[in-house]
Design a binder for this molecule. Structure first.
Ligand code: FE2
Ligand code: FE2
Length: 206
């Protein structure tokens, strides 16, 4: 195993993820920069929308509202940063694509459970998307050939790592460490299977 591969494995373990991204992904993603930036932009937009949705669904969860309100601004800021980067490069925002990764994750969510139980599912799915995004931004920040883009992706990596910690922290504080951890482990196992079976594409963040 090379030093880079060891680092990748370590970072994946730190995030709890069970399967590292295929190292070939960065090489194919950088060839399709307009597509990967378009997909990234919509990921940020959806992250902002999802935080807004959680606030309107769970207004009585005061800490959640207080913590997620600034994240809405941050994620929307990310969307704008990606747009600006595209403009700078004369690239245009394309159409939004079907998000297979997120759809597959969401299909693992418990159904027919109480509104409160649903919150745990929502928090863990959000945390997982942040964790995988963070892992991929890290890969881009280290391996993409263009130096300027490395720092661009590094900033996202740091920010999404913070969101990952926040979502898991909210899950633990509302549902207790033991319960949140147990369900988190189930999600991690499921996510690894999704990553393993999804086609490796350079035009998708996930
Ligand atoms: Fe973001
Ligand atoms: Fe985020």
């Amino acid at each position: 195993m090379t030093t880079t591969e060891q680092d990748d494995l370590q970072s994946v373990q730190m995030l709890g993820l069970k399967l590292p991204t295929d190292p070939r992904w960065v090489r194919i993603a950088e060839i399709e920069l307009e597509e990967i930036l378009t997909d990234h932009a919509y990921c940020e937009q959806k992250a902002a929308m999802h935080c807004m949705l959680m606030i309107s669904r769970y207004p009585e969860y005061t800490r959640l509202v207080d913590d997620l309100a600034p994240i809405v601004t941050e994620e929307w800021g990310h969307f704008r940063q990606v747009l600006a980067e595209m403009k700078k490069r004369n690239l245009t925002l394309g159409r939004q694509r079907k998000d297979e990764y997120v759809n597959k994750l969401r299909s693992f969510m418990k159904t027919g459970v109480s509104r409160e139980e649903k919150l745990l599912e929502e928090l863990l799915v959000a945390g997982l998307i942040e964790a995988r995004s963070c892992e991929r931004f890290r890969l881009l920040s280290i391996n993409i050939k263009e130096v300027e883009l490395r720092s661009f992706y590094h900033k996202f990596m740091v920010s999404e790592a913070g969101h990952y910690v926040l979502f898991l922290d909210l899950a633990r504080s509302y549902f207790g460490k033991e319960k949140a951890e147990a369900r988190w482990q189930e999600y991690l196992e499921h996510e690894a299977k999704i990553i393993d079976t999804l086609e490796l594409r350079g035009d998708r963040m996930h």
